[in-house]
Design a protein around this ligand. Structure first.
Ligand code: SF4
Ligand code: SF4
Length: 224
């Protein structure tokens, strides 16, 4: 889609994309693929969601320890912002800040900015690996399960957004964009609650996931 837009509209001056180290290889967000597409068409990128809401400011303890062991002066959020600001084709990073402290923190590393070293980038990817390993539903998005579903339920897409929401500190936010994404998906696909428990999907899932049970959790989360 992005390539179509950029081909049809060469007058486009920039592209705004959701990019962060957690979504870099995400099947759903596809930060890297979109970034590389914008670069292919020589369009500067404005980055939104560099810290994925506050998700990358409130990382699991294991990730925080790794970052602090490397350099205790850097905040968790700084790793996320510096990751995207280090990408050569990035023009602007839109970083949401809600306190003076957060602004001061941002300024501390964006003034006299130094791009991440290869070692530091590798640490961000390691952090993504750890965060992803703690996901609620370990679906690999292979989609083997969807073809034979009589209710046309987009199982991996629902699992992906559900996993995102489970990392999102919902008790503080109460709502995420995935509630809207879920509604949009249900216009094209069956809802999670449409599952008739025929078991077809579970018989082909290479991860042996309890898809029927997980879909109940997804339905309870989004359909109330
Ligand atoms: S168990 Fe539910 S999700 Fe799985 S194939 Fe049957 S209807 Fe689709
Ligand atoms: S078959 Fe299993 S791992 Fe693959 S997309 Fe479906 S639920 Fe996910």
């Amino acid at each position: 889609m992005l390539e179509q837009i950029l081909t049809k509209h060469p007058e486009m001056e920039f592209v705004q994309l959701q990019i962060n180290y957690l979504d870099w290889e995400s099947e759903w967000i596809r930060s890297r693929a979109c970034y590389e597409m914008a670069a292919k068409y020589d369009k500067p990128v404005i980055v939104m969601e560099p810290a994925k809401g506050a998700t990358l400011a409130k990382v699991p303890a294991e990730v925080e320890q790794m970052f602090k062991a490397y350099d205790p002066s850097y905040s968790n959020a700084s790793w996320a912002i510096r990751f995207v600001a280090s990408l050569p084709n990035v023009m602007v990073v839109l970083s949401g800040m809600s306190s003076l402290e957060q602004m001061k923190d941002n300024l501390s590393y964006m003034e006299n900015f130094k791009p991440l070293t290869e070692e530091e980038k590798a640490m961000c990817f390691k952090a993504a690996e750890i965060i992803n390993s703690q996901t609620a539903i370990p679906c690999t998005a292979c989609s083997y399960c969807t073809e034979g579903c009589p209710m046309h339920i987009c199982i991996p897409k629902y699992f992906l957004i559900y996993n995102e929401d489970m990392r999102e500190h919902l008790e503080e936010k109460g709502w995420t964009i995935n509630f809207s994404n879920y509604d949009t998906l249900t216009k094209q696909f069956g809802k999670a609650s449409d599952c008739i428990a025929c078991g077809q999907c579970e018989s082909v899932c290479p991860q042996h996931l309890s898809i029927i049970e997980y879909l109940k959790e997804v339905a309870a989360h989004y359909e109330h």
